[in-house]
Write a protein that binds this ligand. Structure first.
Ligand code: NAD
Length: 273
């Protein structure tokens, strides 16, 4: 007996009628996700720290035929995400999806200049404020405004799923912390019909997370590629499908999950390569 199709494949990824808020959407993974959500039919709210970069992303989405609005917000400032979501509800409508994506790298790995004994208070505090407290602030603000059917997506990292000597101490610690925060939030919000998931990208190129530039040296790229079974870094279009999946009807029975998008990196054992 064949299973009857209840939903057409294209409808599984349709976001018409959704109002999707994305933090850290002024570059990199957040921008790529925002553009995909708009292409899938959602009205997108682009949040980022830089007003001019937010405006560029909003106008790029509009030129591609999508609908977007933008606001400048620093997620590490207490109450800032609540305030901007309040404005969005008043001026545009009630969000149905919130993507907590903003994040920073927090300096060098111990393989470079980031040895534990030298790791500065300032670096630690900034990363905790953005990656951990900023994610908490965003997800809590989302829990306050989302209705039944709402979705929350958190951008974590494979660096939170295992050790990663290529990145900083504060980065691995905060990314690990937000994964368990996602699982526990998923439990509380499930009876309200709100799904909460995390995406864990491996190394992607084309973002500003390293030193603010989207280009990286061929040597650095080769170093990262050597840690990936697929033999290369990810590219921006390759994060868009997974980011869409986790907020779309296609993932209706998925909550509390962590989706690694990493070319096989977390599957790697010391004997595998
Ligand atoms: P990116 O630097 O291009 O984007 C980060 C975005 O977050 C930018 O728009 C930045 O302005 C914003 N941001 C940073 N601090 C903020 C703050 N306090 N308030 C508001 N916005 C803030 O880098 P990206 O690689 O696209 O990073 C996006 C997310 O993906 C981060 O959470 C990062 O940890 C995660 N990630 C990236 C990779 C990768 O290889 N690039 C891998 C795993 C996880």
């Amino acid at each position: 007996m064949s299973t009857q199709l209840q939903t057409a494949p294209a409808d599984l990824f349709d976001l018409h009628g959704d109002l999707v808020v994305v933090t850290g959407a002024s570059s990199g993974i957040g921008q790529a996700a925002a553009e995909m959500y708009a292409a899938a039919g959602a009205t997108v709210i682009v949040l980022g720290r830089s007003e001019s970069r937010v405006a560029d992303v909003v106008s790029g989405i509009a030129s591609a035929g999508g609908t977007a609005h933008g606001f400048a917000v620093d997620v590490s400032v207490r109450g800032a995400v609540d305030a901007v979501l309040g404005r969005i509800v008043e001026e545009i409508g009630r969000p149905t999806v919130v993507v907590a994506n903003a994040g920073i790298a927090g300096g060098a790995s111990y393989l470079a200049d980031g040895r534990l004994a030298d790791y500065s208070d300032a670096e630690w505090d900034e990363v905790v404020a953005t990656n951990l407290t900023g994610t908490f602030e965003t997800v809590r603000a989302a829990a306050r405004v989302l209705d039944r059917g709402g979705r929350i997506l958190v951008t974590a990292s494979t660096a939170g799923m295992r050790t990663d000597p290529m990145v900083s101490y504060a980065y691995v610690a905060t990314k690990a912390a937000i994964l368990n925060f996602v699982r526990q939030t998923a439990l509380e919000l499930a009876p309200r019909g709100i799904r909460v998931n995390a995406i864990a990208p491996g190394p992607f190129k084309g973002t500003r997370i390293g030193d603010g530039k989207t280009e990286i040296s061929p040597e650095f790229e080769a170093e990262w590629a050597s840690t990936i079974p697929l033999g290369r870094m990810g590219t921006m279009p390759e994060i868009q499908g997974p980011m869409l999946f986790l907020v779309s009807p296609a993932s209706a029975f998925v909550t509390g999950a962590i989706l690694a998008v990493d070319g096989g990196a977390v599957a790697l054992s010391h004997t595998a390569f």
